[in-house]
Design a protein around this ligand. Sequence first.
Ligand code: NAP
Length: 312
Amino acid sequence: MGTTSPHRRRVSNWNCPERLFTKPLSKHSTGLKPTAMSTNLTTGPLVGQVVLITGSESGIGRETARAFCQLGAAVVLNGRQAERLECTRQALAAEGYRVAACVADVTNYADCEHLVAMALNRFGRLDVLITNASISQRAYFADMQPEVFRQVLDSNVYGSVYPLKAALPHLIARQGSVTFISSISALNGMPSGSAYCAGKAALANLAHTLRLELAATGVHFGVVHIGFTQNDPDKRVLDAAGQPVPIAHRPPRWQKSQAQVAAIILKHVRRRRRRTIISALGRLILVVHSLLPRLGDWVVLTSQRRMRNFYE
Ligand SMILES: NC(=O)c1ccc[n+]([C@@H]2O[C@H](COP(=O)([O-])OP(=O)(O)OC[C@H]3O[C@@H](n4cnc5c(N)ncnc54)[C@H](OP(=O)(O)O)[C@@H]3O)[C@@H](O)[C@H]2O)c1
């Protein structure tokens, strides 16, 4: 299955790195029982299920795709870079998984309609939508170009709303599942992350509202707040002028692996959880923000003074 899009197509000089052609995850990395680790496409517990994951050409999205594939699901991959997306599709197909790929910018509604139509044409149904595509930032609000703020916010809000709008009738038909990928930084806010935090926080309220509004449909709406996670070496975020820059320093000991995070997302979807907060730090932020918000702010401001490279 090739990559298709009726719209823009970004071309890069992407070469398939060896690391994409990894072995299936070990039982320890996924937290799954050995029987659930089958790569036999006819026997996994998710055989027959179709999963669409936006922004899955790289990072956590790619590893989440792999985790669903390992349980027998067919997965539709998505991203904006045709070559990198095709590289990821080939890597998963080479592992024996049922995957298709579709170039689409999820901030463009026509692209999202095309993405969903492609999933249906290829696999005939849609059971799970995970809105994972996102652009992050490394810029203080006062310095940010308004257009950059809009771009980051759009990728996180409309980048979830548009795929869902396009997919909703098909998800209702299957009493399917929708998971918005958010961040622990949405729980309290984070200096140098204004548009990103605002967008991620909006997703939690969106999920809650849709859960109420669409309760009769039986569709699951959930949010996963991800904490610090290892990143692909080429991951970029936007600076105040909209230029792609490497992500700010994160202490490695605070980071989960992408495979660990993928396994948690998989569990969240299978158990149809409303909210999953990844990491002890995330749960601590939630408690402090709810019960002792001034203490939470003091901790953030203190860390901002002492660990500037964490934010800048
Ligand atoms: N890594 C962390 O520490 C961390 C922490 C908290 C939350 N998260 C969340 O976890 C998710 C995955 O993050 P990650 O670390 O794996 O980042 P990543 O490697 O940058 O993955 C994001 C993916 O989204 C795609 N994307 C961005 N804008 C898009 C658009 N408009 N249309 C289609 N695809 C688009 C990107 O590809 P292109 O740019 O090529 O299109 C990329 O493949 C994100 O929602 C992120 O906010 C991550």
